[in-house]
Design a protein around this ligand. Structure first.
Ligand code: SF4
Ligand code: MG
Length: 332
């Protein structure tokens, strides 16, 4: 069976001061049904843009190339019907800032009812029962009261649960979660993360979980994909991260700890600032910050190649590194 979601050489450019500038540089990623991938990287690395490209939610003027396949079927940027079907039946997104994605004037009940009516075609009378059940699923008690309230009357954590309920209303097969807990306080973060995790497991959903927090991604996801300057630089099983990660950027992320109060996700333990995809030239985009950079790194972009149980894009990661299983000298 094909992967549920497959991105092949996904490229996105934006018009900036009259020129097309790349924001995604050829993203290759595959997500099997019912599994989760943590898409990890610093602010501006292209994580959100990747998720938006999947849902056809790119900014005005953006141009997309490469291929996105859902359940084996290519989604072209111009196929409005296929994108609408994806957004109303197959995939749903939870954003970092729920208040930017909900009408402040309408009640929570109206919001969730609309989500059901518009996506699943649920009748309005059935919708009320379903909405109450959805709120119970995301751990919101006293649904009757909440449904009459407006977004401003709910805490950030409660509102994010409502947004998760709205995403679940789609009965998606794929959940895209873009820093869903970053704006919340630490205790609420853990609660909301648990809600997402349980809902996902109970429904067998695939999830693309976007975060700048590598440790969180490793705790929640089956696989980890590390992004840098608009491309994936390493991909591997989450439980192999500490032992098998080979890319110097992933190793640097593992060695650093994000500043807990740091919402922009810049990893201060790695010297230098990340290059944006705009600035990435011919060579490896990590070269200016890489302690192991060699001459070749500044000339040629390393391709994403098989390494251990995953993939890595680094000139120093060779076949001999694969799985730590170099040709066995003792065999003879
Ligand atoms: Fe560092 Fe070179 Fe590998 Fe890039 S290709 S991560 S610069 S060693
Ligand atoms: Mg983002």
């Amino acid at each position: 069976t094909p992967p549920l979601l497959e991105l092949s050489d996904l490229r996105v450019t934006l018009p900036v001061r009259g020129q097309r500038q790349p924001v995604l540089h050829g993203v290759d990623l595959s997500l099997a049904a019912g599994t989760s991938v943590g898409l990890v990287g610093e602010s501006g690395s292209g994580k959100s843009m990747t998720a938006r490209a999947v849902l056809g939610l790119l900014p005005d003027g953006a141009r997309r190339d490469g291929e996105i396949r859902f359940d084996g079927v290519p989604l072209t940027g111009s196929d409005a019907a296929a994108l609408r079907r994806l957004r109303t039946h197959d995939a749903a997104m939870v954003f970092q800032d729920p208040r930017a994605h909900i009408n402040p004037v309408r009640t929570i009940g109206d919001f969730l009812t609309e989500a059901l009516v518009h996506t699943r075609g649920t009748g309005r009378r059935d919708a009320e029962t379903k909405v109450t059940a959805l709120l119970a699923d995301v751990g919101v008690p006293d649904a009757a009261r909440r449904l009459r309230q407006r977004p401003a009357e709910l805490s950030g954590g409660l509102l994010q649960r409502v947004m998760i309920a709205a995403a679940l209303a789609v009965e998606p097969r794929l959940l895209l979660a873009d820093e869903p807990t970053t704006a919340l306080d630490v205790t609420t973060q853990a609660e909301v993360m648990a809600v997402i995790d349980e809902a996902r497991a109970a429904r067998g959903l695939a999830m693309l979980f976007i975060t700048h927090d590598l440790a969180l991604a490793a705790a929640v996801c089956d696989r980890i994909a590390v992004m840098y300057a608009g491309t994936i630089v390493e991909e591997l099983p989450a439980d192999r991260l500490h032992d098998d990660a080979r890319h110097p950027y992933t190793r640097a992320l593992l060695a650093s700890r994000p500043d807990p109060g740091d919402e922009d996700g810049v990893l201060r333990a790695i010297t230098g600032r990340p290059l944006s995809a705009f600035e990435a030239g011919e060579g490896c985009a990590f070269a200016p910050r890489c302690p192991q950079a060699e001459d070749v790194c500044r000339i040629r972009r390393p391709p994403l190649r098989a390494a251990a149980d995953g993939l890595a894009a680094c000139h120093l990661v060779t076949a001999a590194d694969v799985g730590g299983a170099a040709p066995d000298a003792d065999r003879s």
